[in-house]
Design a protein around this ligand. Structure first.
Ligand code: ZN
Length: 159
C-alpha cells in the first residue's frame, strides 16, 4: 500500500533546522499518526510522502515556503509601552491578539522603556526544515476519521 489521499499513516520523525538544532522529534516518544491530504502536516512534507511505502526511510529538506512560510515584515509591530498596563513585559513572552474573527499568537522580541516590539510570524517562519522520516504503517482511514480529519485509536486521538 502506498501513501495517497485519505490513508492513515504512522511514522517516526526527527526534525532539525539547518544548524542541526532539534526542533521536534518522535524519538523516545510515540510515533506520529496522520491522515494524508487533510492538512495534518505541512504541505511540503505531505508532498514528499505521497506514494511512499511502509519501511521507507527518507531525509527531506523543506523550504519555508512549503513549511511555515517566510517571515513577513508587516507582522512585526512596535506598540507603545504604555499600552501594556503595569504588567512586566519581557522578551520571549507570548500572548494572543484578536484579528477580526481570528486570533493569533505574537511573541515579544524587543522591549524598551517607550516601545514593545511584537512579532506575529510563526516561530518557524523563515526556517528551512530537515526531516528524517521512517514510515511504519499505512492503512485506509475510516470514514469517521476522514469526517473528523484526524486519526483515532492507538497512537491517535481518543474520544
Ligand atoms: Zn475524532
Amino acid at each position: 500500500m502506498k501513501i495517497t489521499a485519505k490513508k492513515a499513516v504512522v511514522m517516526n520523525y526527527h526534525l532539525t533546522d539547518d544548524q542541526g538544532k532539534v526542533l521536534d522529534s518522535s524519538r523516545g516518544r510515540k510515533p506520529l499518526s496522520y491522515i494524508q491530504g487533510m492538512g495534518n502536516l505541512i504541505p511540503g512534507l505531505e508532498k514528499e510522502l505521497e506514494g511512499k511505502t511502509v519501511g521507507t526511510n527518507l531525509k527531506v529538506r523543506i523550504k519555508p515556503e512549503d513549511a511555515y512560510g517566510v517571515k513577513e515584515a508587516r507582522l512585526v509591530q512596535k506598540v507603545p509601552r504604555n499600552q501594556f498596563d503595569a504588567q512586566e513585559i519581557k522578551v520571549g513572552m507570548q500572548f494572543e491578539v484578536t484579528q477580526g474573527d481570528d486570533y493569533k499568537v505574537v511573541t515579544v522580541t524587543e522591549v524598551t522603556p517607550i516601545e514593545v516590539t511584537i512579532d506575529g510570524n510563526h516561530a518557524l517562519a523563515g526556517v528551512t526544515l530537515n526531516f528524517e522520516v521512517e514510515i511504519l504503517d499505512i492503512r485506509d482511514a475510516s470514514s469517521e476519521e476522514i469526517a473528523h480529519g484526524h486519526v483515532h485509536g492507538e497512537h491517535g486521538h481518543q474520544h
